[in-house]
Write a protein that binds this ligand. Structure first.
Ligand code: FER
Length: 312
């Protein structure tokens, strides 16, 4: 509240400089500022926590090389489509963005990576802020990844699944997504795409709200997922002892548990405490602390690192 009122005061004095009260009544300027501030605070993730870095909070792997996310002309490209499926869980038609790899053929069979988004996004969010297809195309050209289909779902599993209005109000819908994924999206993929089935052929990862979902869904359903990634996971991440009820079982079933966060991200304590718990309970995992905040610059590096380590 204090921050918002400081913001309003600064914005008000800034606006006064340019919109002299000679022209506009003060109450109108103030009302406009309030409107702007409230819409900003509704749309932007609230990330209020303090950051304390420890000696274990380092990069497990070096950053992706320069150009890893730049579209290259002289290589083979995958294809991106948007498809519609009917979700019995939500009761509506919903959308998936689907990336099929270079050389894709209906005669082959592919594992699936489900890549989720943040609280302010939808199935298009990765494509809005970066070019995940270019990152993957470049990895294929360098022969660094196994051919896979990447599904970008909409994690807001509710009838109106657009990220409008107060995006925090739809947080419960991110929990409902588990049913949509398990009972609607996976069966849809199996009915319509040449996919391999079973846990060893399903990976789930995503950032922020989607990082929390990936950990919640992946670690709870290890009969469905063997490769789990939480990038800068948000407070929707379940408490650790709920996420991992039996560390020995998780350790024996998980093929990859990849956790990451930016070193300037106020949500880092979520990943830090998970990392410490996993270490103490001998659950193999990667803890990748990237330089950066709560943004796509960090998550593109995670996509680069994580996608190379699944289905192998
Ligand atoms: C919160 C802070 C951040 C929260 C969610 C987020 C549900 C998600 C941010 C994002 O997805 O970018 O307190 O609570």
């Amino acid at each position: 509240m204090k921050l918002i009122s400081i913001k309003i005061n600064v914005m008000y004095s800034e606006m006064k400089k340019y919109t002299a009260p000679r022209h506009y009544p003060t109450w109108l300027v103030f009302a406009l500022c309030l409107l702007l501030a409230s819409s900003l605070s509704a749309q932007q993730p609230r990330i209020p926590r303090t950051i304390v870095l420890g000696p274990g909070d380092t990069a497990a792997f070096p950053h992706a090389p320069i150009g890893f996310d730049v579209r290259q002309q002289n290589i083979q490209h995958g294809k991106t489509d948007t498809v519609t499926y009917f979700s019995k869980s939500v009761g509506t038609k919903r959308k998936l963005v689907i990336y099929t790899p270079p050389g894709y053929s209906a005669k082959k069979k592919y594992p699936i990576l489900f890549l989720t988004h943040g609280i302010g996004g939808d199935e298009k969010e990765w494509y809005k802020y970066t070019a995940p297809d270019a990152i993957l195309d470049n990895l294929y050209a360098a022969k660094k990844i196994v051919p896979m289909i990447v599904v970008f779902p909409n994690g807001r599993a509710q009838p109106d699944d657009r990220p409008t209005g107060n995006i925090y109000a739809s947080a419960p819908a991110f929990g409902n997504f588990e049913k949509d994924l398990l009972n609607d999206i996976i069966p849809f993929m199996e009915a319509n795409y040449p996919v391999k089935t079973g846990r060893l052929n399903h990976a789930i990862a995503g950032f922020s709200m989607g990082g929390g979902q990936s950990l919640n869904i992946g670690l709870k359903n290890m009969d469905k997922f063997a490769w789990v990634g939480g990038f800068s996971s948000a407070p929707n991440t379940k408490p650790i002892t709920e996420l991992i009820t039996n560390p020995a079982e998780t350790a024996s079933k998980i093929k990859l548990l990849y956790l990451s966060c930016g070193d300037k991200d106020g949500l880092i304590s979520i990943g830090q405490s998970l990392h410490v718990y996993l270490q103490q309970n001998k659950v193999p995992h990667i803890w990748q602390v990237n330089a950066g905040g709560h943004n796509m610059d960090v998550w593109v590096n995670d996509l680069y690192l994580y996608s190379q380590r699944i289905f192998k």
